[in-house]
Design a protein around this ligand. Structure first.
Ligand code: NAP
Length: 273
C-alpha cells in the first residue's frame, strides 16, 4: 500500500463455517474497502453478496470482495488469473513441454479446484480429470461447474472431456502432463498420503506437478514438491499463484497496479513476521 501512497492494513480475520454469515455482516459494518476469502469459504460466501462478477458467477467461487461506498459487496475471482498466469510462466521459465499430452488431473473439488479447471480451459487444456476423495462430490462438482461455465463447459461435460474419476489407476495417470493439487494436503507439513505418493510415482517422467499449497514463501519445497523432486519431476508450489491473485485483487480494491516484486516482498514480510 505504501508503494501506491496509500495508508491501510491487511488483516487476518478467522471465521468458522457456522459463523461466516455473522462475521461477514460485522466486516461489512466495519467499513473495510474489501476482503479476500479463503479456504473453505469461497463457495459459501456467494449467497451473502449483493453482486458477483461474471467470471466468479461462472465458476461458482469468490476469493475477492469489494465494498462500495454505500456498503454493497461485489464478489470477484482472481484465482483463475493467478493460476493461469503462474502456470504459463512456470512452464515457460522451466522450458516444460506439455504438447506431448494436453491431458491434466486436478485433485480436489473445492473453491480452488473450480478456479484451476477454469484456468486450464482458458489455456486450452481441454481434457481434464478431477479426483475428489468423495466420489459423489467429484461428480457433482464437474456437473455444476460445467453448467455454470456455459456452452463450452456443457460441451466438455457431454463429450466427457472433463470428468470425475474415482480412482487413480494407470489408465487415468499415464497420459497426464500436469497434476494439480487443489486440496490442502501438505499444508500441515506432513508427507502426502500413500494414494497420492502412488499416483505421483506412476506419472510419466515428463509430467509437471503444480501444488497450490504454498510454503510460506520460504525456499523449502512443499511435501508434495519434495516427492516430485525425489522422482525427478518438475514442480511449483502455490506462491506465484498467491502473488498474482493478490495483484489482481489489489487492483480491484484500489484501481492501482503494483509490480510483482513489490507484492512478493510485501507477502514475504507478512509471512515471515
Ligand atoms: P476447499 O474449498 O475447502 O476445498 C478443499 C478440497 O480438498 C475439497 O475438495 C476437499 O474434499 C479436499 N480435501 C481436503 N482434505 C483432503 C484430504 N486430506 N485428502 C483429499 N482431499 C482433501 O479449499 P480451497 O479453497 O479449494 O483450497 C484448497 C487448497 O488450495 C488449500 O491448500 C489452499 O491454501 C490452496 N489455495 C492456494 C491458492 C494460491 O494462491 N496458491 C489459492 C487458492 C487455494 P471434501 O470436499 O471431501 O472435504
Amino acid at each position: 500500500m505504501s508503494y501506491c501512497g496509500l495508508t491501510g492494513e491487511y488483516q487476518l480475520l478467522d471465521t468458522g463455517l457456522h459463523t461466516l454469515s455473522d462475521s461477514f455482516a460485522r466486516v461489512k459494518r466495519l467499513g473495510f474497502n474489501g476482503v479476500n476469502v479463503t479456504i473453505p469459504h469461497k463457495e459459501n460466501i456467494i449467497k451473502l453478496l449483493d453482486d458477483v462478477s461474471q467470471e466468479a458467477k461462472q465458476i461458482g467461487a469468490v476469493n475477492t470482495i469489494k465494498f462500495s461506498k454505500n456498503g454493497t459487496a461485489t464478489g470477484f475471482n482472481t484465482d483463475v488469473f493467478g493460476f493461469s498466469k503462474s502456470l504459463t510462466e512456470a512452464l515457460k521459465r522451466e522450458s516444460i513441454d506439455t504438447e506431448w499430452s494436453r491431458s491434466t488431473l486436478v485433485l480436489g473439488s473445492g473453491g480452488a479446484a473450480r478456479a484451476v479447471v477454469a484456468g486450464l480451459m482458458e489455456l486450452g487444456y481441454l481434457d481434464i480429470s478431477v479426483f475428489a476423495r468423495t466420489k459423489e462430490k467429484g461428480t457433482e462438482f464437474v456437473k455444476d461447474l460445467c453448467r455454470k461455465l456455459g456452452p463450452k463447459g456443457e460441451l466438455m461435460f457431454e463429450s466427457t472431456a472433463i470428468r470425475a474419476v474415482d480412482s487413480l489407476d494407470e489408465s487415468v495417470l499415464n497420459d497426464k502432463s500436469i497434476l494439480i493439487n487443489a486440496t490442502p494436503i501438505g499444508m500441515d507439513g506432513n508427507p502426502p498420503p500413500d494414494w497420492l505418493l502412488g499416483a505421483i510415482s506412476s506419472l510419466d517422467r515428463r509430467a509437471f506437478i503444480y501444488d497450490l499449497v504454498y510454503s510460506r514463501l520460504t525456499d523449502q519445497p512443499t511435501p508434495i514438491e519434495s516427492v516430485a523432486q525425489l522422482l525427478g519431476l518438475s514442480s511449483i508450489d502455490g506462491t506465484a499463484m498467491l502473488i498474482f491473485q493478490a495483484l489482481r485483487a489489489f487492483e480491484i480494491w484500489t484501481g492501482m497496479q503494483v509490480p510483482v516484486d513489490c507484492m512478493k516482498n510485501a507477502l514475504a514480510r507478512r509471512c515471515c513476521s
